[in-house]
Design a protein around this ligand. Structure first.
Ligand code: ZN
Length: 133
């Protein structure tokens, strides 16, 4: 795809960004792993999971992505967070990471460090949150 070539060119010409993005990617991957672990393993620290009847034998979990997804859907908050993170990782892969999806400007490094999965610049995020979409 053309976007992949564009991303390669962009990262080759901007080494500073590429290494900063590598750092952010590691943060996102860690967070993703953490959320997946958290969602999959019922623990005393997660009262939400006690309310869920797990229809699946825990031994059958590994490798069953469909069943996993059904289970994940029940934990909508964490799932939403996980999806944000996965989307951010996708954007890192296709080179669109760090660009506001609304107005197209570069999201500030500071904001990305605070919210590595941010899709929008501060201005657009605030506009969305105030309900004016
Ligand atoms: Zn914006």
């Amino acid at each position: 795809m053309k976007t992949a070539n564009a991303a390669n060119t962009a990262s080759a010409t901007n080494k500073g960004n590429a290494s900063a993005n590598r750092q952010l990617r590691r943060i996102l991957e860690d967070k993703s792993t953490e959320l997946r672990t958290h969602l999959r393993v019922p623990t005393v620290n997660n009262p939400m999971l006690h309310a869920i009847e797990d229809p699946y034998d825990s031994g059958d979990w590994a490798g069953k992505s469909h069943e996993e997804w059904i289970f994940l859907k029940k934990n909508s908050f964490d799932v939403a967070a996980l999806r944000e993170i996965e989307d951010a990782l996708d954007r890192l892969r296709d080179g669109s990471y760090g660009t506001c999806m609304d107005c197209g400007i570069s999201i500030s490094r500071k904001r990305l460090e605070a919210v590595p999965w941010a899709r929008y610049c501060v201005t657009c995020q605030e506009r969305r949150q105030s309900g004016n979409n």
